[in-house]
Design a protein around this ligand. Structure first.
Ligand code: C2E
Ligand code: MG
Ligand code: MG
Ligand code: MG
Length: 287
């Protein structure tokens, strides 16, 4: 019904736009359908101890496989969902699935879920998150929520109240993509957050003397002074890892150098392999 109305509208004004418009409307209808029927998936990208010996947390990343178009990247469908005002349906699905999957992982591991700027404008998010925790029985201490730097700049007062509420329940809050917005470092101090995830643009092309690396180190040192933990994301090569570790920049490392996003079953396999390695190494050192 909406589709035919939309087509009529478009043909009357801009016939050449018709095909593209109809296709976009179809994609939107398909997304709405996928969200309503929970036909989305969640992959998990591990965050490791800097020496790679252990997975501490995994980030939940939404996946949509369109029946005809195949994989649609989250950057694309998340934005469409935001435009359509249906992002909270995705958040609800992901946080529910993430909490449930985390209960099947080793106890020391946490799960981290991305929130959209729109989630932070609506106090319903607190009820959505609490329902997922209750339903799964997951300890709130094992749930992290990621909010982007730009989304917290947006409506500071509401956002701050919602984050403080979530945090008072034992949930950990991380600032995602840090360093890509225009916020000043000084406001880090005023936000209810625990973890800073340094954006991967700081890691690309880093070298010992690069200005980018100096910025990264400065941000890390200041964040630590404020009592925050540091995740460095987008670490792709052994050289980048070595440089970051030589300067002890990270508390956790997330990037292709250790692992790409994987299914929940693979998280268990990866963490189990590391556990066996740790046990073997301990035996060697005793012998
Ligand atoms: P993000 O939250 O910053 O997630 C990290 C993205 O960087 C993921 O892309 C991940 O696959 C990618 N990545 C990780 N390590 C590396 C690396 O070493 N090199 C490179 N080049 N990339 C790396 P993905 O899964 O395509 O997600 C993109 C963005 O979509 C996420 O960025 C996040 O902003 C958004 N997103 C994904 N799932 C959700 C969700 O459930 N809710 C919301 N609101 N946003 C989501
Ligand atoms: Mg994230
Ligand atoms: Mg990120
Ligand atoms: Mg990022």
């Amino acid at each position: 019904e909406t589709k035919s109305r939309a087509r009529g509208y478009c043909t009357a004004f801009e016939p050449e736009m018709d095909a593209r418009y109809v296709e976009q409307q179809k994609l939107k209808a398909d997304l709405r359908d996928a969200v309503e029927n929970k036909r989305l998936h969640v992959d998990y990208q591990p965050m490791y101890k800097p020496d790679g010996s252990r997975i501490e947390c995994c980030e939940a990343l939404a996946r949509w496989i369109h029946p005809e178009k195949g994989t649609i990247p989250p950057n694309v469908f998340i934005q469409i969902a935001e435009e359509m005002g249906i992002i909270s349906g995705i958040t609800e699905f992901v946080v529910e699935r993430a909490c449930r999957d985390c209960t099947t992982w080793p106890n020391h591991m946490s799960v981290s879920v991305n929130l959209s700027v729109q989630d932070l404008r609506n106090a319903d998010i607190v009820a959505i998150v609490c329902a997922a925790l209750e339903k799964s029985g997951l300890d709130p201490a094992r749930l992290h929520l990621e909010v982007t730097e730009s989304s917290i700049m947006d409506e500071l007062v509401t956002v701050r109240a919602i984050l403080a509420d979530l945090r008072s329940r034992g949930i950990t809050i991380a600032i995602d993509d840090f360093g890509t917005g225009f916020s000043s470092l000084s406001y880090l101090d005023s936000l209810p957050v625990d973890i800073v995830k340094i954006d991967r643009s700081f890691v690309r092309n880093i070298g010992e003397d690069s200005r980018r690396f100096k910025l990264l180190r400065g941000t890390v040192n200041l964040s630590r002074e404020l009592g925050l933990k540091i995740v460095i994301e987008g670490v792709e090569t052994k050289d980048q890892l070595a440089l970051i570790n030589a300067h002890r920049c990270a508390d956790y490392i997330q990037g292709y150098v250790f692992s790409m996003p994987v299914a929940t079953e693979a998280v268990i396999v990866l963490s189990d392999a590391l556990r066996r390695k740790r046990v073997a190494r301990r035996r060697e050192s005793v012998a």
